[in-house]
Design a protein around this ligand. Structure first.
Ligand SMILES: [Zn+2]
Length: 171
């Protein structure tokens, strides 16, 4: 788990994240974009070139609020977006281990932790839903994905299942 913090203000809160532009366009507020970039830079600095595996990414978020107005859950989207930009891992891998807040009147921080239980690159099998090591998936020479989506156990079971279904026997 790598931990870091950035100065926090309510600019990060969800109901203040967007502004209406002309012709109904909605844009991220400039302060929010600035805060996101600050989180990206702080994350990159804290990780210091450490490799992040394609595996579960656990986040800890502690919001130090200057008063008891905004709610801590509002920052989740922004933090996830920023961390995703920093570590370049699909946010489907993201989980939240801790989401907490405390009142800190002087120099409040948005404290963020990024951690992994395993440094093994994995994929989620599209059939059984299990997280399996990359080596259990077929390499592909063509197509957008470098690997097939079905794990070795399911590929092998698939043949048996097809045979039992053809025979009218419940799997
Ligand atoms: Zn599978």
């Amino acid at each position: 788990m790598v931990r870091f913090g950035v100065p926090f203000s309510y600019a990060a809160s969800k109901n203040r994240m967007y502004v209406k532009r002309r012709r109904g366009h909605v844009a991220l507020r400039r302060e929010v974009v600035a805060l996101r970039e600050q989180i990206v830079l702080a994350a990159l600095g804290a990780l210091n070139g450490r490799r992040i595996a394609h595996n579960k990414v656990w986040l800890e978020i502690v919001v130090q609020k200057p008063d008891n107005r905004g709610d801590a859950v509002n920052v989740v989207d922004l933090v996830c977006d920023a961390v995703k930009r920093a570590i370049q891992i699909d946010d489907r891998w993201f989980c939240i281990r801790r989401l907490d807040w405390e009142i800190v009147k002087a120099d409040p921080l948005l404290k963020i932790g990024i951690g992994q239980d395993s440094d093994e690159d994995c994929l989620v099998c599209s059939q059984c839903g299990q997280i399996r090591p990359l080596g259990e998936f077929k390499r592909r020479r063509t197509g957008r994905l470098a690997y097939g989506r079905i794990c070795a156990a399911c590929r092998h079971a698939g043949r048996g299942l097809a045979e039992s279904l053809a025979g009218g026997v419940a799997p």
